[in-house]
Design a protein around this ligand. Structure first.
Ligand SMILES: Cc1cc2nc3c(=O)[nH]c(=O)nc-3n(C[C@H](O)[C@H](O)[C@H](O)COP(=O)(O)O)c2cc1C
Length: 179
């Protein structure tokens, strides 16, 4: 395998987060700043974010929108970040969702640089979260990112522990290259 920059090579998505670790204000700002400086089509910057620190009001509102089976591990993350976009028409939605993905990717790389880990979730009650956060019409939450420091995988429920310690896999590069 070709060498990757360590920031990419060391990134992975855990479920075991340290339930005692807190995200500092500087760390939170650094993550959002990384997202803010992501590229976007026409520099439209169609992304919007909400960040809740564990046990604060925003965090509680985000947590309840997640499936119960994911709340088992997300509740230990130091923070939950909502990634939303502003695309309304079908064309806007496609572009905005693409740009939001880039912003979250930047945030993820910055998290790695800070010694933090992230696991993203796209299965959650989007309408419920928009209501919980009182989002303006046209702001569409697309992803929730759990952010924190690595915890003890042994503390996970057995089904999650098995997934947490499974080998990570990718398609071979040759299978991704178009003819
Ligand atoms: C947009 C997106 C949505 C995801 N949704 C979920 C999810 O709902 N639940 C979950 O446990 N993991 C979710 N993940 C994590 C992926 O399963 C994980 O990134 C993938 O298995 C690759 O593993 P790695 O990040 O450790 O390389 C999501 C990741 C992304 C990028």
């Amino acid at each position: 395998m070709a060498d990757l920059t360590p920031l990419l090579a060391f990134r992975w998505s855990p479920r075991a987060f340290d339930p005692d670790a807190e995200l500092t204000g500087d760390e939170a700002s650094s993550l959002l700043e990384a997202a803010r400086w992501a590229p976007s089509a026409g520099n439209a910057q169609p992304w919007r974010f909400a960040l809740g620190h564990r046990q604060d009001e925003t965090w509680k509102r985000i947590l309840v929108s997640l499936p119960e089976h994911d709340q088992r591990w997300t509740r230990h993350a130091s923070a939950l970040v909502v990634g939303a976009h502003t695309g309304i028409s079908p064309v806007d939605t496609e572009r905005s969702a693409y740009d939001l993905g880039q912003a979250i990717a930047h945030l993820t790389v910055q998290a790695t640089a800070l010694g933090l880990h992230i696991r993203q979730l796209s299965h959650f009650d989007r309408a419920g979260l928009a209501t919980e956060l009182d989002l303006a019409a046209g702001i569409r939450p697309l992803v929730v990112a759990a952010v924190g420091r690595l915890g003890d995988p042994a503390a996970l429920p057995p089904d999650l522990h098995a997934r947490e310690t499974a080998l990570r896999r990718r398609h071979p590069l040759a299978a991704l290259l178009l003819p």
